[in-house]
Design a protein around this ligand. Structure first.
Ligand code: TNX
Length: 550
């Protein structure tokens, strides 16, 4: 009896212990799942699930593509192999057939239902599958794989943990801008910049090619734009507000030939990036007027601007000036295949228009009430020209003043108000308010921070931005194409300084542009950015460490 009770007691204890061990394991699993849900990828994908196996990437791994996909995926194979070479120092063979070897499959699949840029990535024991409805999706799948792979190069096979990811972007406009007028950036750096964008799944490169301080795009019909307009006699030293102003005494400039531009457009296209060229009108035009004074209101000669701030020089409204602008835009549109052309429209000081008897007479004859109306008339003429060439106009939010053609899009930079107003009026909008999106602002309060324009935009603040204003209803929200950060280079004289200002804030931008807001998490991002910074380091990028420390 005693013995029997003892056995029963032991049995009960054993069962209890089993239950305990089982439940602990379950808990452990859940905890792990939660952890791996947040895989270390930026921007964070829609969903990720850990698969408890490893894939060995080795030099006899094959890249497999269906024969009918080949013509569309050649470029993707090139990227994938570039990535593999950087990881295991080997180039993989490409084959049509799927044999028994470990393989990486790139697949076009129009039944995925993840949109044109979405992808499905699955890493299991025998294969890595990257599928997308288009090559763009596959490209982004490869970018995700890039962040999953170790940042350092290895001479032999590597192990990759199993995972399955479904992913697609929140916005179709995930933009980064670069001002090459205030400081010229060489072709090689523009290519790097495009690489950096691709790494973060950004897809719109807004290239600010003209401004008061330099005209940077070769226009065959008007050689003086680059012969004269691309060069300033000297440059301001220190901050614009420092007194007395001092200058470096060095002639400064540069421009891109059309051949170089074609090369860059192609390079961008291979990385699923569309370039939006910007030709500034009617203000920020001092360099063009320096080259051709007859385009200005006074007709007097002026030099290319050598200080920052806003110039009073503005295009006149003669028919000959519209001819000039149309001819320039004709060359620009033939170089850039994208849908949008940015025509500036910001900060056009209208004093010269107001003071010109000729312009005032013309305004009256046209029945236009004031200079805002005149700017609107000006922009609408450019809009119809662009439309006749199959392009869409986009401009800074000032173009809203005085009315705008329905198809034109607006970039909201002076806060969100312009964007809200534009979306409510049915215009497409890109949000880029100074407060959250100006990467020329300081990112740290550090005493030794390199000189910047001012402001304060730390990493966390960029991350916290939601480009859809709460005041918009669903229909209006559909006009928010996306978000963009701007990189004005008054205080960035070199590519290294541009990198410093862009990194790591570009990572926060990519997540607000790509990841759905419910999935975003600042603590999660802070962990993941540390891993991504290892990739920045191995790429030799001059990134700011602020925001990456504990
Ligand atoms: C305003 S943002 C400008 C640029 C300057 C920038 C400096 C915008 C449309 N225009 O010309 O470079 O401020 O932050």
């Amino acid at each position: 009896m005693n013995n029997g009770a003892d056995i029963l007691k032991r049995l009960i204890l054993l069962i209890l212990a089993c239950i305990l061990i089982y439940s602990c394991t379950r808990k452990g699993e859940t905890a792990m799942n939660n952890q791996t849900d947040i895989i270390s990828v930026i921007p964070l994908p829609d969903s990720s699930r850990e698969i408890n196996v490893v894939f060995y990437l080795e030099n006899h791994t094959r890249i497999c593509i269906k024969p009918e996909d080949r013509p569309f995926l050649e470029g993707m194979v090139k990227f994938l192999n570039g990535l593999v070479i950087n990881t295991i120092s080997a180039r993989l063979e490409v084959s049509d057939v799927t044999g028994n070897d470990p393989q990486i499959i790139l697949l076009l699949n129009n039944e995925l239902d993840l949109g044109k840029e979405g992808y499905h990535l699955m890493i299991d024991k025998k294969q890595i599958l990257i599928e997308g409805e288009t090559e763009k999706g596959i490209f982004y799948g490869i970018q995700t794989l890039r962040q999953i792979l170790p940042a350092e190069k290895s001479q032999s096979a590597i192990e990759i943990s199993g995972v399955e990811i479904f992913d697609h972007p929140r916005f179709s406009w995930r933009g980064l801008h670069l001002d090459v007028s205030r400081h010229f950036m060489p072709v090689d750096f523009i290519k790097k910049y495009l690489d950096y964008m691709a790494m973060h799944k950004l897809n719109m490169f807004h290239w600010h090619l003209t401004d008061d301080q330099g005209w940077r795009i070769e226009i065959k019909k008007y050689p003086k734009l680059t012969k004269i307009g691309a060069w300033r006699n000297e440059t301001l030293v220190g901050h614009f507000e420092d007194q007395p102003q001092q200058f470096d005494g060095n002639r400064y400039g540069g421009y891109y030939t059309q051949q170089e531009i074609r090369e860059i457009v192609q390079y961008a296209g291979e990385r699923c990036i569309t370039i939006v060229p910007e030709i500034e009108l009617p203000g920020h035009a001092q360099a063009a007027i320096a080259a051709y004074p007859e385009l200005g209101v006074t007709g007097e000669p002026v030099e290319v601007r050598k200080i920052w701030g806003i110039s009073p020089y503005i295009f006149n409204i003669e028919e000959s000036s519209f001819e000039f602008i149309k001819n320039v835009l004709a060359e620009v549109t033939s170089l850039f295949p994208g849908e949008f052309v940015h025509i500036g429209g910001d900060e056009a000081v209208k004093d010269q228009w107001a003071e010109s008897v000729r312009i005032q007479q013309k305004m009256k004859a046209l029945g236009i009430r004031d200079e805002h109306g005149l700017q609107s008339w000006f922009i609408q003429r450019i809009d119809s020209f662009l439309a006749s060439r199959g392009k869409r106009l986009i401009g800074w939010d000032e173009i809203l003043e005085g009315g705008l053609a329905p198809n034109a899009a607006v970039m909201s930079w002076r806060g969100e108000e312009g964007g809200i107003q534009a979306a409510k009026a049915g215009h497409d909008v890109v949000m880029t308010p100074t407060e959250y999106c100006y990467f020329d602002y300081y990112q740290a309060e550090n005493q030794n921070e390199p000189l910047a324009i001012g402001g304060f935009l730390p990493l966390a603040k960029v991350y916290g931005y939601n480009p859809v204003p709460a005041s918009l209803n669903e229909e209006e929200t559909s006009h928010i194409l996306g978000v963009q950060a701007n990189v004005w280079t008054e205080y960035m004289a070199t590519p290294e300084q541009v990198e410093y200002m862009v990194f790591p804030r570009i990572a926060a931008l990519s997540e607000i542009a790509w990841t759905s807001p419910e999935r975003k998490s600042w603590p999660g991002f802070r962990q993941r950015i540390k891993k991504l910074a290892m990739l920045y380091k191995s790429e030799g990028i001059n990134y700011s460490r602020t925001g990456l420390e504990n």
